[in-house]
Write a protein that binds this ligand. Structure first.
Ligand code: PLP
Length: 398
């Protein structure tokens, strides 16, 4: 062991995070996570968990009793919805218009379900007419699943209408709200969503690794009446319930990520203090400023205007520009991270997140200035020197 390297503490650089998540984490959230660790059955911690559920119900706009953060990233929230609601042989209609819809299909298959695909082009919203047709052609379908905010492309679908159509055909709904929660209007009770999952690191601006979920009474009934046992022990809601339900009867299921939950609690307190609608409006406002800048620069958005997500902006990379080189310079010279295109969109788009605490004027202005300078230096066909002026003009006019 004599050549064992002596490793020092890790000191991460200070970046501005404007990719598809994680977003910038406020110092208040980081400070909350550094508070003393207590036992996960400590009455003080149990009280905090109860507050966390109340705060999440506000963020989701629901009175659903079963609303809590799954101990795992958004992908685990996704799996929790599918493993509990889909039994072998169940037909599930999956609307797919990007990467995350594709992952839903993968989940259905692994649960032994039968996926029926409603495909839309990447960058487009889910077409409600196509969903209606698929439900007419598959009267035995049990569940409809779709992504509210497709982070791989920046397209937003009309969740309210899609849920309404699914219910008219007697189906339960699973909705991916990983990128929408806190950033764009989402009303779980008013829209009657049955099962929904999100993530801590997008518009909630907490650290990654937690997945808020919420289940309607109808969804819980379905889980309780399953013919087969849920194949995942960890994600079986029947068992998790004993831990997250009534505070008086808490029993050990798994050790909660205590300090991470302090962070989520703090980020939700911040959301409550700002006000949910104010948060939605802030996301829309900073998107408008970013758009003013990109329009002035001559860079094109990938998604048509009425389907765009304010918190995730897919921008077409100008012809002949080296994607990786631009991102390397942004990181090295500006400490700025933006997102790459996934799958077929690799090298064709950049994804600029304005999520949660990242959605603020200084980030908009930094991204526009940095891209303007780097692209000008690389002789890209853009209108140099106009973007920041245009964004400032937008802010000043408001
Ligand atoms: C980020 C994301 C996920 C996955 O979340 P992880 O925390 O990375 O597991 C799922 N769906 C959508 C729409 C996302 O943006």
């Amino acid at each position: 062991m004599s050549d064992q390297p002596h490793i020092q503490s890790f000191q991460p650089p200070h970046r501005t995070l404007m990719g598809p998540g994680p977003s910038d984490v406020h110092q208040r959230v980081l400070d909350a996570m550094a508070r003393p660790t207590v036992g996960h059955l400590d009455p003080a911690f149990v009280g905090m968990m109860e507050e966390l559920k109340t705060l999440l119900r506000y963020a989701f706009q629901t009175n659903n009793d079963l609303t809590f953060p799954v101990s795992g990233p958004g992908s685990v929230g996704m799996e929790t919805c599918f493993v509990n609601l889909v039994e072998p042989g169940d037909k599930v209609i999956v609307c797919r218009n990007g990467v995350f819809g594709g992952r839903m299909v993968e989940n259905v298959k692994r649960c032994g379900g039968v996926p029926v695909l409603v495909d839309d082009a990447w960058g487009s919203a889910v077409d409600s007419g196509k969903l209606e047709d698929a439900l007419k052609a598959n009267p035995d379908a049990k569940v409809v699943a779709f992504v509210h905010a497709e982070t791989s492309t920046g397209a937003q679908s009309d969740a309210k209408t899609l849920v309404e159509i699914a219910h008219r055909h007697g189906c339960l709904t699973i909705v991916d709200a990983v990128t929408s929660l806190g950033g764009t209007p989402l009303k779980v009770d008013e829209w009657e969503v049955d099962a929904i999952y999100s993530g801590s690191q997008k518009c909630l601006s907490c650290t990654p690794g937690l997945s808020p979920v919420s289940f309607s009474a109808r969804a819980i009934e379905t889980v309780k009446n399953r013919k087969t046992v849920v194949q995942s022990w960890f994600m079986d809601l029947n068992l998790v319930l004993g831990y997250w339900s009534a505070a008086t009867k808490r029993t050990y299921h798994h050790t909660a990520p205590i300090n991470a939950l302090y962070g989520l609690h703090e980020s939700l307190v911040m959301l409550q203090n700002e006000g949910l609608e104010n948060s939605w409006n802030r996301h829309a406002h900073n998107y408008q400023a970013l758009k003013a800048g990109f329009d002035a620069m001559g860079l094109k958005f990938f998604v048509q205007e009425d389907q765009r997500l304010p918190q995730l902006n897919a921008i077409c990379i100008p012809e002949g520009i080296d994607d990786a080189e631009v991102r390397r310079r942004l990181l090295q010279d500006y400490n700025l991270e933006i997102g790459v295109g996934l799958g077929d969109m690799a090298g064709k788009i950049w994804r600029l997140g304005l999520m949660g605490y990242s959605s603020r004027p200084e980030n908009v202005l930094l991204a526009l200035r940095a891209l303007d300078e780097v692209l000008t230096d690389m002789k890209a066909p853009i209108q140099s020197g106009r973007a920041v002026v245009a964004a400032n003009g937008f802010y000043d006019a408001k």
